[in-house]
Design a protein around this ligand. Structure first.
Ligand SMILES: C[S@@+](CC[C@H](N)C(=O)[O-])C[C@H]1O[C@@H](n2cnc3c(N)ncnc32)[C@H](O)[C@@H]1O
Length: 267
């Protein structure tokens, strides 16, 4: 996982907080964190969209698969009455997520679990599943969606943001995707739908958001370039070089037409 540079030095968020005058022992608000803790496209706007599509019952129990450093989980708990179980594979990301959640005073509303969704973590049933840009890391879609179905209360919905492809990848694109994005297999949108249906999901709605994500990716590269010196002063040259390399590699895939972006709702 650590060959994907978004995931190295995840403690860098503490540098961003110190720059705002927030020390390691200080309390936090979700609003102070959201510019730094959303590891997907379109930040909290994308989470708002997910919530509107899921149409949750009051006090819903939600499973967030691939929670990263916990940004979406905290935002959901803070803006709704829901309880979120935030499942994250990588221990260093999970540690940072727990610390930030505790400092936001949300520990009773967000439960962090470190583990792999393929191992059947965690115990359901949940009223909804949300998963933002995690499933691209998991080639075994059959096992993945079986685990999702087992965790979900019958009839309830799962909302996914993920990558797919709409044309065969070149060898160089496939290698870049595997090494720099930790993604070794991408389905087409039709294959995605078929995998979900085979696991027992129905009412499958798939929205193509390629144009939006392509634009967001290009702005991310531009913003990183503009803030290069300030970022080096804040995080150090190695961390910034790694992030800029990651942003550029993903952007080359987007602008070259290798990737398709999907928002998926399935019941
Ligand atoms: C791009 S990040 C997105 C994080 C978060 N969803 C967000 O939007 O801020 C994807 C996350 O999924 C996690 N992940 C990948 N495979 C996983 C698995 N099998 N089980 C649980 N988490 C996984 C990664 O470690 C990573 O933190």
């Amino acid at each position: 996982m650590k060959s994907m540079k978004l995931y190295s030095d995840v403690h860098r968020i503490y540098n961003n907080l110190v720059a705002l005058g927030i020390g390691p022992q200080d309390g936090l608000s979700v609003a102070a964190l959201t510019p730094f803790d959303q590891y997907h496209y379109d930040g909290t706007e994308a989470v708002d969209l997910a919530l509107s599509r899921l149409d949750l019952p009051a006090y819903a129990r939600i499973l967030d698969i691939g929670a990263g450093i916990g940004g979406p989980a905290r935002y959901i708990a803070d803006t709704t009455g829901a309880h979120v179980t935030a499942l994250e594979l990588q221990p260093d990301l999970d540690d940072v997520a727990r610390d930030l959640t505790r400092r936001c005073g949300l520990a009773a509303r967000v439960t962090h679990e470190c583990g792999d969704i393929l191992d059947g973590h965690p115990r359901g049933p949940f009223d909804a599943i949300i998963s933002l840009l995690c499933m691209l890391h998991i080639p075994e879609k059959h096992r993945l969606f079986a685990a999702c179905r087992a965790a979900l209360r019958p009839g309830q919905a799962m909302y996914i943001e993920d990558f797919a492809h709409s044309r065969p990848l070149t060898e160089a694109e496939a290698e870049s995707l595997a090494v720099k994005v930790q993604c070794t297999q991408l389905p087409t949108p039709d294959e995605y739908r078929a995998h979900l249906a085979a696991a027992g999901f129905s009412d499958i709605s798939i929205t193509d958001v390629t144009q939006d994500w392509r634009r967001v990716s290009a702005s991310r590269v531009k913003a990183a370039k503009a803030a290069h010196d300030a970022n080096v002063a804040l995080h150090g040259a190695a961390t910034v070089a790694g992030l800029e390399d990651f942003y550029a590699a993903v952007d080359a895939l987007w602008q070259g037409g290798a990737l398709t972006g999907l928002r998926i709702l399935a019941r």
